[in-house]
Design a protein around this ligand. Structure first.
Ligand SMILES: [Zn+2]
Length: 302
């Protein structure tokens, strides 16, 4: 309660001077592929006046991101008893293609704008040298899968479904055979826009794939229905722009639109689509960008 009063006093004293008086950015420094969280609290005495942050957006790397409402109104805020409960949150993804160094993030609101500084550190991703001809490697995705996957990874549903007090579960128990962010060199030349968009687990055919967190199946793609590259694949929406992906499966244990819990069996490992052998490719997307799932699997994520 003491903390709440202090927080309200700070808000009362500062809210009218600048847009950022109730905005937090954390952490201030991330490695390429990690997520920056920008969160805020609207002025709590003006009931119903949530436009302050609701109409704001964040610009970063030529993309625009919107805030999600964490708690809908002041009454719910009191009920929730979260002493530092944030009302609005947005997750800004960085990738191996993000430029390293001190970068700017701009918060644009109807009543003004503020700029935040974020330090992006090198992810030091492994570079894989491939001697095969480029032509042989650029196997074409079909239009069907391209469209469906693009739609799935850009899904934005307002409510957070995962339990933010726990880390996510590992989707397959096998060793990791390829890490996130791996870059490729074709005949000595770095493929400019390529990076490995997930973690590969070297599970044998038929080994279980489990949902790492609560969510809803939004896409179930089948190799025989045109998913030539991804093979049999699943995409799960975890809410607030967070979507996970499971590729090259041999079997499905869920259906489209089905809700899944953390640890639920969703499929089995296979080598459908373009795969050099049986493995699970596990990807994580935040607001449409592929991010590094590692941290999500080792610590709780807000
Ligand atoms: Zn992979």
């Amino acid at each position: 309660m003491k903390n709440n009063i202090l927080l309200l006093l700070i808000l009362l004293l500062t809210h009218s001077y600048a847009v950022h008086s109730a905005i937090w950015i954390r952490p201030n420094s991330v490695k390429q592929g990690e997520v920056v969280i920008l969160s805020g609290l609207y002025y709590p005495f003006e009931k119903g006046n949530v436009s302050f942050l609701n109409e704001c957006k964040i610009q970063f790397e030529n993309n625009e991101y919107k805030f999600s409402k964490e708690i809908l109104n002041w009454e719910e805020y009191i009920k929730s008893q979260k002493q530092n409960g944030f009302h609005f949150i947005t997750r800004i993804p960085t990738t191996p293609l993000s430029q390293i160094g001190q970068k700017k993030m701009t918060l644009l609101c109807p009543n003004g704008s503020e700029t935040f500084s974020i330090n992006i550190l090198a992810g030091n991703f492994t570079i894989q040298s491939i001697k095969l001809s480029k032509k042989k490697n650029s196997l074409q995705r079909t239009e069907i899968e391209d469209k469906a996957v693009k739609k799935a990874i850009n899904t934005f549903s307002p409510n957070k479904l995962w339990d933010d007090s726990k880390s996510w579960l590992i989707p397959n128990n096998a060793r990791q055979s390829a890490s996130y962010g791996l870059r490729r060199k074709y005949n000595g030349v770095l493929a400019k826009d390529y990076f490995h968009k997930g973690i590969d687990y070297a599970g044998w055919t038929g080994s279980p794939v489990k949902s790492p967190a609560k969510g809803k199946v939004i896409l179930l793609g089948k190799e025989k229905e045109g998913f030539a590259v991804h093979g049999n694949c699943l995409f799960i929406d975890h809410g607030q722009g967070v979507v996970s992906a499971y590729l090259h499966l041999s079997e499905f244990y869920v259906e489209e639109n089905q809700e899944v819990t953390a640890g639920q069996l969703i499929g089995k490992v296979g080598n459908s689509g373009i795969a050099t052998g049986p493995h699970l490719h596990f990807g994580l997307y935040v607001n449409g960008q592929s991010v590094n799932p590692s941290r999500w699997l080792s610590e709780s994520t807000p």
